[in-house]
Design a protein around this ligand. Structure first.
Ligand SMILES: C[S@@+](CC[C@H](N)C(=O)[O-])C[C@H]1O[C@@H](n2cnc3c(N)ncnc32)[C@H](O)[C@@H]1O
Length: 468
């Protein structure tokens, strides 16, 4: 017999937990994650999953709405799953992110939470992204309202974003507020052109269909890149579609296509063919220019990345005589950004293609005092490396969400660079690493920066000084 699900009445939602779920606590201390609620809401909930110390619940009735609730501006909110916090006032989002960083610093790093400086928000909290990846599908996600209504549901192919938890169904997007509206114009044109000409939309289960994915990238320099990804070659349809896109949008700086007949969607192992324009777009942060190719990683919120880099520069207190290591350098964006302010900078990154981009951009900017190495920081940063490049005056480190490997932290503790600037996209792992570095380094300040409004993601920069 199925166990009866537990109801909880009058649950006060108090905060936002990891992965952006709203969280409340029952009188007996049970932690309850609640989808769709906002801190400050009081709700009756039904527990749908119970684990040892926490449970997941859905709202059955709102008793009182939070004062921080706002109308989500996006028409696809709640269906698309892209920006889960749109219904939370932006200043409240910032407050919760700030608190998350403070909590990690106190609870995990065991440091004084007053070290955390007031969070820096985004001036532009929509149209801030420079890259969106759309998918085509012959299975459009049908919303609950559509299913409950009387109108006959048409089922033409969809072009938009994956429905969370559903690998083959796509939410048909009419307007996404995350990228400049030109991205909407391109996407909507491509979809109607495809319908008009009866092109097939990809069937993920059967692994067939002509139109598969579409990537739209742009830069603050108003350069635009479109990459059409086709499920198979077609001598007639590909030129027909690419010509139509270019005729409609001659301002696209880099128009490309890829044939992907593999099972997975990634284009990293596929050849990208340039249909028109340059094989890259150009981004500019202050006086450094970056060529961004179809496969290059680049910070997805460039305006806020500039702020982040400037905070890192300020925390590093760079001098023209400084020798700097930039760990987890990506395509060298920080290393190149600071190269004019220091004597030498050396970047390490595990993805060889990113290092190739770093070298292209080094040449593009005529920079001669930067060097880049491909490999795991854990292996590359060793005695021979330090002998070759000299002891660093400053280490800038920007690891992935998992934080730094323990061995890298041990190496840093032996290396004893006078200053470390630690950029992180995960306050919990940053706090863990600060606690380990605390053996020799004093954390002087932590600056949270919001790079991704309406999501739970937080970036934070820590300033560390070697203890005498
Ligand atoms: C948060 S990104 C930092 C990117 C870069 N600092 C920037 O601003 O563009 C982290 C980078 O670390 C790289 N990475 C992850 N694990 C690594 C490892 N063990 N050794 C070297 N690089 C690694 C990833 O490929 C990614 O480019």
């Amino acid at each position: 017999m199925a166990r009866k699900k537990k109801s909880i009445t009058d649950l006060l939602i108090t905060g936002i937990a990891d992965k952006g779920k709203a969280v409340g606590r029952t009188e007996d201390g049970q932690v309850i994650f609640v989808d769709g609620a906002v801190p400050g809401d009081v709700a009756d909930v039904l527990v749908i999953r119970k684990k040892k110390s926490l449970s997941e619940a859905v709202v059955t009735r709102f008793v009182k709405y939070s004062e921080d609730r706002v109308e989500a501006p996006c028409r696809h909110f709640g269906v698309c799953g892209g920006c889960k916090w749109q219904h939370v006032d932006y200043s409240a989002q910032l407050r919760h992110k700030f608190q998350t960083v403070k909590d990690s610093i106190k609870r995990i790093a065991k440091l004084n939470p007053d070290l955390v400086l007031p969070i820096i928000g985004c001036d532009q909290n929509f149209a801030y992204r420079n890259k969106l990846e759309y998918s085509f599908s012959n299975k459009r996600w049908i919303t609950q309202e559509e299913a409950a209504g009387d109108t006959v549901i048409e089922q033409p192919g969809a072009l938009g974003f994956h429905r969370p938890g559903s690998f083959d169904k796509i939410v048909d997007i009419e307007q996404c507020l995350l990228q400049d509206d030109f991205s909407n114009e391109i996407r909507n044109f491509v979809r109607s052109f495809a319908h008009k000409n009866s092109f097939t939309f990809y069937d993920t289960r059967a692994q067939k269909g002509f139109l598969r994915n579409m990537i739209v990238r742009n830069s603050t320099q108003n350069e635009w890149m479109v990459i059409m990804i086709f499920g198979h070659h077609d001598d007639e349809k590909i030129p027909f579609m690419m010509t139509a896109i270019l005729e409609k949008f001659p301002q696209i700086t880099s128009l490309n296509y890829v044939i992907n007949v593999k099972v997975n969607d990634t284009i990293f192992d596929r050849e990208v063919k340039v249909w028109s324009g340059q094989p890259y777009i150009v981004e500019k942060l202050h006086d450094v220019k970056y060529q961004i190719g179809p496969k290059s990683f680049f910070q997805t919120n460039p305006r806020q990345a500039l702020r982040l880099f400037n905070i890192a520069v300020g925390f590093a207190e760079l001098k023209v005589s400084d020798n700097v290591y930039d760990l987890y350098t990506g395509l060298g964006s920080i290393a190149l950004y600071i190269s004019g302010k220091v004597k030498n900078v050396t970047g390490i990154e595990e993805i060889p293609e990113a290092i190739a981009d770093a070298n292209i951009n080094k040449a593009f900017n005529g920079i001669s005092n930067a060097a880049f190495y491909a490999g795991d920081v854990r292996d590359i940063l060793n005695d021979d490396f330090v002998k070759l490049h000299g002891k660093p005056d400053v280490v800038i480190t920007d690891p992935p969400r998992a934080g730094m490997h323990e061995d890298v932290i041990k190496t840093l503790l032996v290396l004893e660079a006078p200053a470390i600037v630690y950029i992180s996209c995960n306050p919990a792992t940053q706090a863990r690493d600060l606690a380990l570095l605390n053996e020799k380094y004093e954390t002087l300040a932590i600056q949270p920066v919001d790079m991704f409004p309406h999501t739970h993601h937080i970036e934070s920069v820590a300033k560390l000084k070697l203890r005498k």
